[in-house]
Design a protein around this ligand. Structure first.
Ligand SMILES: Nc1ncnc2c1ncn2[C@@H]1O[C@H](COP(=O)(O)OP(=O)(O)O)[C@@H](O)[C@H]1O
Ligand SMILES: [Mg+2]
Length: 303
């Protein structure tokens, strides 16, 4: 994949993360995940970008890029299809953290899972959820075959999948390389904590980090997340259908509509608190202490 590095470096230098539209190189938001924003920038057509301003030096950013490549290779070996992607380190700007950009082939908005659950007929939505669950199964099979050397995590939410016109499912959410080698987590959890406000990190470290990191390795939680995500994406009436599709032929302890709702309430609480604190931190940084705030935060999210 070709990327105009000069342009990317210019974008990095001229970026105002708290006001993306005001950046020197114009940019437009494409979507939000729980942690980060996805955007495109003028002059890099066809690319969806994510910026990770997390690194104290170039070496650490390059190590993350290598982990990203390895994670993508593992998912591919497990049988998943991924859009073309590349991780590149931006030229460091003095006085700021080093940013890694993950560029991915941009996918049409109307083919994203969260669009399809609103536009496809009900029977095809069932088919979509079955197909996503089967893709997730590949990861558990792979983990069984590779044990104990390798274990790969996945975030199965419907918004992480794209259905191509040819009927192929692509997995998008590759930017957090969660995998274990001989039981050891490759990703430094402190990197995830950097996205959180400094004043709350100690608490998150104690209460949430293990929970959030472990859930993506746990089949039942990953399927619960897939079903619960339908509530966030404003189709709660699809949960029973998803529960039935997921339970069908799988060995995990069966999901119920209630267990999915409970999962969702817990999940919503965690992410709402997290985002509120990040907004507060941004406000303190930009309005009170006049520091630079490095993260591009989501706008209002309907849950
Ligand atoms: N390659 C892409 N093309 C178009 N939209 C994308 C692409 N990658 C991500 N998005 C949009 O951004 C959202 C968040 O991206 P994702 O990689 O899942 O981030 P997170 O790790 O924060 O969940 C996706 O649900 C989707 O709506
Ligand atoms: Mg996502």
């Amino acid at each position: 994949m070709e990327i105009d590095l000069d342009l990317l470096n210019r974008f990095e230098r001229g970026l105002t993360p708290w006001d993306l539209e005001a950046s020197a190189v114009p940019a437009r938001l494409l979507g939000y995940g729980e942690i980060s924003a996805i955007f495109e920038i003028e002059g890099l057509p066809g690319l969806a970008l994510k910026r990770l301003p997390l690194f104290i030096d170039r070496g650490r950013a390059e190590a993350y890029a290598a982990d990203f490549d390895e994670y993508c290779a593992l998912l591919t070996r497990a049988g998943l299809c991924l859009p073309a992607a590349r991780a590149v380190v931006a030229e460091p700007v003095p006085g700021r953290p080093v940013s890694l950009y993950i560029a991915q082939e941009r996918q049409p908005a109307d083919r994203l899972g969260q669009a399809l659950i609103h536009t496809l007929p009900r029977s095809e939505i069932t088919g979509l959820i079955r197909a996503v669950a089967r893709e997730i199964d590949r990861v558990w099979r792979f983990n069984r075959d590779q044990a104990p050397e390798i274990e790969v995590a996945i975030d199965g939410q419907i918004s992480n999948w794209v259905l191509t016109p040819g009927g192929q499912l692509l997995y998008l959410d590759t930017s957090t390389p969660l995998f274990r080698q001989n039981g050891r987590e490759r990703l430094d959890p402190e990197l995830l904590l950097l996205a959180a406000p400094g004043f709350i990190r100690w608490l998150l470290r104690r209460l949430f980090v293990d929970d959030v990191m472990n859930r993506y390795y746990d089949p039942r939680q990953v399927y619960s997340d897939l079903a619960a995500n339908l509530i966030k994406e404003q189709r709660p009436e699809l949960v029973p259908l998803a529960v039935a599709a997921i339970n069908d032929g799988r060995e995990v302890e069966p999901l119920t509509v209630e267990s999915v709702q409970k999962y969702y309430r817990h999940d919503r609480l965690i992410w709402t608190v997290f985002l509120t604190l990040r907004r507060l931190d941004r406000w303190l940084a930009t309005r009170v202490s006049r520091r630079r705030y490095e993260f591009i935060l989501p706008g209002k999210i309907k849950r």
